[in-house]
Write a new protein. Structure first.
Length: 131
């Protein structure tokens, strides 16, 4: 079970780390997408999101403060889901079916993060060994 938790934690970490990096390389596009979805203060929230995703992803990979980081990332996932994957609104050039799929997928990610945050009773093995 420890291997499964460690692997699951690492895969969840990649889900945040890689998109955080892609938001850096595609900064202008991400900013435009946020503006299209009427996200307030995108110039402030985008850098905050990048830091939380990259740092949180790294911390999960390394097994640092897993419970707390999982809860922070769960909150971020809900906020992003409500603001960016709002399939109930129609935007020009945005597929409602795709946004619905992202919304439901993010609910599953949210659930996984909640489970991970509650798995603190399990041994927390760091990625490269140790306790």
């Amino acid at each position: 079970m420890t291997f499964a938790v460690t692997l699951g934690r690492f895969l969840l970490a990649l889900y945040f780390f890689l998109p955080g990096i892609s938001k850096i390389t595609g900064y202008a596009d991400t900013l435009s997408y946020m503006s299209l979805h009427n996200i307030p203060l995108p110039e402030v929230l985008l850098p905050v999101t990048i830091v939380v995703q990259v740092a949180g992803g790294l911390m999960l990979m390394l097994g640092l403060r897993v419970g707390q980081v999982a809860l922070v990332l769960a909150a971020l996932t809900l906020i992003i889901n409500m603001g960016m994957h709002d399939f109930w609104n129609v935007y020009e050039g945005v597929s409602q079916a795709h946004e619905t799929q992202n919304f439901v997928k993010n609910l599953a990610i949210f659930a996984g993060l909640l489970v991970l945050s509650g798995a603190e009773d399990l041994p927390q093995h760091r990625l490269f060994g140790g306790h």
